[in-house]
Design a protein around this ligand. Structure first.
Ligand SMILES: O=C(O)/C=C/c1cccc(O)c1O
Ligand SMILES: [Fe+2]
Length: 312
């Protein structure tokens, strides 16, 4: 059945710490083009790969990936809160195919998701309930991470499952390219923060606001050139876009997790969502990238890109 792909960087700093108006207009145009592409394709199912940032998934149980049969958005950074319109039947069918392919995915009847999912669904389809969805969480922040080769296998199996559904499936990947926002890490966090990484569900509004303000401040400092976080890496980002557009995805299997961090910052692992989405598209044969926008945007702490693609 027909498939199409849209991958995008997300950043909760959009609208909170904006670059020059001409750059915002450029990004708006890229999203307008992606929305027109999606409207033209008219998906009746969105399969979205996205990370979490210790808002929905914690170290009390941290799977490499998880397919949701029901999910709700926590509403961080002003994104829509509440239940997603998850297609339960499609989620079960995809999970069965993934497991049968030897990829041991976790599965949830009560997944909690954050801006990684909600911002993408809102920007691309209008809301978290506009189109029936299967949310697939990919761990991109919490060490230990699986090798990136597993992500390609996950994507491939999801693509095979999507092909077997009698649906028009839009594959979405949501994640920044090179970037290193101040997401705490278990090995370096002080004890109270460490506890929030292990079991930090349902923070108070004050705790959530303080956390968000810290990231917004980091974006301001980063754009002003006074932050200590790792620089964006446009060369690395462009190479990733070239590899994804080439269809030669097996090259990605040789990339080590340490190399991602050295080159492009800790949160560059979020491109796992792009790799999964492209691998899912590749499962149906050769494809063609139809549009590709890229710009490093320090104000948003993101190598920022939006691509769309279709089978040949
Ligand atoms: O609040 C967080 O944990 C992360 C925020 C953020 C900032 C910039 C780019 C991203 O992809 C993010 O998730
Ligand atoms: Fe992110």
């Amino acid at each position: 059945m027909p498939v199409a792909l849209c991958t995008m960087s997300h950043s909760p700093l959009m609208g909170r710490n904006d670059p020059d108006a001409s750059i915002v207009a450029e990004v708006d145009a890229a999203f307008a083009d992606a929305r027109a592409f999606i409207a033209d394709f008219a998906p009746d199912l969105v399969v979205i790969f996205a990370p979490d940032h210790y808002n929905g998934v914690f170290y009390d149980l941290l799977p490499p990936f998880c397919i949701g049969a029901a999910a709700q958005s926590v509403g961080d950074y002003g994104t829509q809160a509440g239940p997603l319109d998850v297609d339960r039947d499609a989620a079960y069918r995809i999970a069965r195919t993934v497991l049968a392919a030897g990829v041991d995915t976790a599965f949830s009847e009560r997944m909690h998701v954050d801006h990684g999912f909600a911002q993408a669904l809102e920007l691309l389809t209008g809301s978290i309930t506009a189109v029936p969805t299967v949310p697939i969480f990919i761990n991109s922040v919490g060490e230990p991470l699986c090798p990136v080769s597993r992500i390609r296998l996950l994507g491939n199996a999801v693509g095979q499952a999507a092909a077997a559904l009698d649906r028009r499936v839009l594959l979405v990947g949501s994640g920044g390219l090179s970037h290193d926002p101040p997401v705490p890490r278990l090995d370096t966090a002080p004890p109270p923060v460490r506890e929030t990484l292990i079991s930090g569900r349902n923070p108070t509004p004050e705790q959530r606001a303080a956390r968000e303000q810290r990231v917004i401040d980091a974006g301001r400092d980063f754009a002003a050139g006074v932050a200590t976080i790792q620089p964006l890496n446009p060369g690395w980002d462009r190479n990733l876009l070239t590899v994804l557009a080439s269809g030669e995805l097996d090259e990605i299997d040789s990339w080590t997790n340490d190399w991602f961090v050295e080159q492009a910052g800790h949160s560059s692992h979020e491109v796992r969502t792009w790799i999964a989405a492209y691998a899912a598209l590749a499962a149906q044969g050769a494809y063609r990238v139809r549009s590709s926008y890229y710009r490093p945007i320090p104000e948003w702490i993101a190598g920022f890109a939006v691509t769309t693609a279709l089978p040949e």
